[in-house]
Ligand binder design. Structure first.
Ligand code: NCD
Length: 308
């Protein structure tokens, strides 16, 4: 049973295929309106979410399918002490495909190992978030027209920001990219990402605390919020939360074709005035996420033999 737990579960050919499918959905939505008729998606969200859960649900509805959902551990049997494995076996009896978000790293993998239907990781703790990366990839594709030879700045909470970990994994597979990792000392990219991905693949990268020093060379600036819910104490969060605030003034130093991205939710990292700059792509990312999730649901249900 094919599931999507880590972005590396997909080959680059499969990513191309998903992007082509999303582009076709954008161009011909009617062609897909009945594609998942009679099929059900279960969304199991044990952590807060607006975009990810709603975009999965909107995606399934736009494919003509149905959705059943659990929102919040407190309202499910997890609150009674049920294991993730048992929840996976149970939910498999009701649905054709599962999207799960969970605060524990590895929970999506445990779900996939115990479910009898395809499972999609919609974020597992501070680990990874592959479907956000699908949204990010379609956005990069549509904005830059390529996945190669890009200087990619990622800025903010690179330690706990799971979307950053998945994005680095994905973009490290293409030729000629280099990363500029911009964060406070305490929130640097975890060493497993640096060693197992960047260093192992020989990808050029630099680490800095100074956004303005690197701004002029960036092709992409991927901002992230400081992940309050993963901090052990509130004082550290308060000290670090406003480390970077992107303003229209700061963007004056950037390339005219910079793509400013953010997985959202935004807290304070990008001033609202930046939204009117044509380089701001984060709301396009939201829409792109829905199309990529449609393409992914189609692919996984097809491979499971559940649709044609
Ligand atoms: C991200 C997440 O949940 O990791 N949000 C999202 O799914 N778009 C980013 C975040 O919460 O900061």
């Amino acid at each position: 049973m094919k599931s999507l737990i880590d972005i590396l579960d997909l080959t680059t050919d499969e990513l191309d295929e998903l992007i082509a499918c999303a582009e076709d959905i954008i161009a011909n939505p009617d062609k897909y309106a009945e594609a998942c008729r009679g099929k059900k998606l279960a969304t199991l969200f044990f952590e807060p979410s607006t975009r990810t859960r709603m975009s999965f649900e909107a995606a399934m509805y736009e494919l003509g399918g149905n959705v059943i959902s659990v929102t919040g551990a407190a309202s499910s049997s997890a609150a009674k002490g049920e294991s993730v494995a048992d929840t996976a076996k149970t939910v498999s009896c009701y649905t054709d495909i599962i999207a799960i978000r969970h605060p524990k790293e590895g929970a999506a993998l445990v779900t996939a190992n115990n479910a009898s239907v395809p499972v999609i990781n919609a974020g597992d703790g501070g680990h990874c978030h592959p479907t956000q990366t699908l949204a990010d990839l379609l956005t990069i594709w549509r904005e830059k027209g390529r996945f190669t030879n890009l200087t990619i700045g990622v800025c903010g909470d690179l330690k706990f920001g799971r979307t950053v970990h998945s994005l680095i994994n994905a973009m490290s597979r293409y030729e000629g990219n280099n990363f500029v990792l911009i964060s406070p000392e305490e929130l640097k990219v975890p060493s497993y990402v640096k060693k197992d991905v960047l260093q192992q693949k020989g990808i050029p990268y630099e680490q800095t605390t100074d956004l303005m020093a690197v701004m002029p060379k960036l092709d992409i600036l991927y901002m992230t919020r400081v992940q309050r819910e993963r901090f052990f104490n509130e004082e550290d969060y308060l000290r670090l939360k406003d480390s970077y605030i992107l303003t229209t003034d700061k963007l004056k130093a950037a390339k005219p074709d910079l793509a400013v991205m953010h997985p959202l939710p935004r807290v304070n990292e990008i001033s609202v005035a930046v939204d009117d700059d044509p380089r701001a792509c984060y709301f396009k990312q939201v829409l792109n996420g829905k199309y990529m999730r449609m393409a992914l649901i189609l692919k996984l249900l097809r491979e499971a033999g559940k649709i044609k």
